[in-house]
Design a protein around this ligand. Sequence first.
Ligand code: HEC
Ligand code: HEC
Length: 172
Amino acid sequence: MISRDARFGFAALLALAPACDDPLRERAVDALGPEVAGVPRGPLHRRGQPCLTCHDGRSEARAFSVAGTVFVTPDAPDPAPGVVVELASADGRTFRVATNCAGNFFVEPTSFAPRYPLFVALESGRYRVEMDTPVQRDGSCASCHREPASRSDVGQVFLYATPRAFDASGCP
Ligand code: HEC
Ligand code: HEC
């Protein structure tokens, strides 16, 4: 308990510093663990993680409005590149962004900052799947979509409910 109090006191002293003044945020960032060896910080890193935990504009990581990762199926770690993520804002604007080779996508607030609730759909060719309920406020898909699926989580974002051939050629 003493060390915990000391930590909060220290945080209060740092409150005027531009970043790192929020122990809850720091704990959430720490809980995501280190980078995977061999994957540099950038568009292909930390797939499946809640990107906005770090990319919230409060550290050196560039702010995103919406970001996440799309996998091919619910259970396997294969990412789904080239999937179009369609984001439909409550004010009628729609923004479309494609996933990269890690299955990741990210949107900068200057490109599109949605008004919530936000409706989400995925498209690959003529195949389309919609999330039935809109997102109410959280721009990180993985805040809800965590692997493995459990009672409180819906599992990773996936394109196909059952295994299907997916052409990821063209990805390095
Ligand atoms: C644990 C914190 C953390 C998480 C989670 C995280 N990132 Fe990052 N990300 C960083 C940091 C730190 C950098 C490096 C920032 C820099 O070099 O300016 C970075 C860099 C990036 C960059 C390059 C930004 C630029 O300015 O060129 C992209 C793109 C990116 N991340 C995408 C993502 C995506 C997509 C996710 C989720 C799938 C994600 N990140 C999850 C911390 C994180
Ligand atoms: C607030 C929690 C939450 C967030 C944030 C969230 N989802 Fe969902 N998502 C759910 C739940 C719950 C379901 C299952 C019920 C439904 O379809 O509404 C779901 C279902 C889906 C489905 C349909 C899966 C199926 O059954 O075929 C897709 C696709 C999807 N989400 C994509 C996304 C993407 C992409 C993002 C980020 C832009 C995202 N979701 C953000 C909670 C969330």
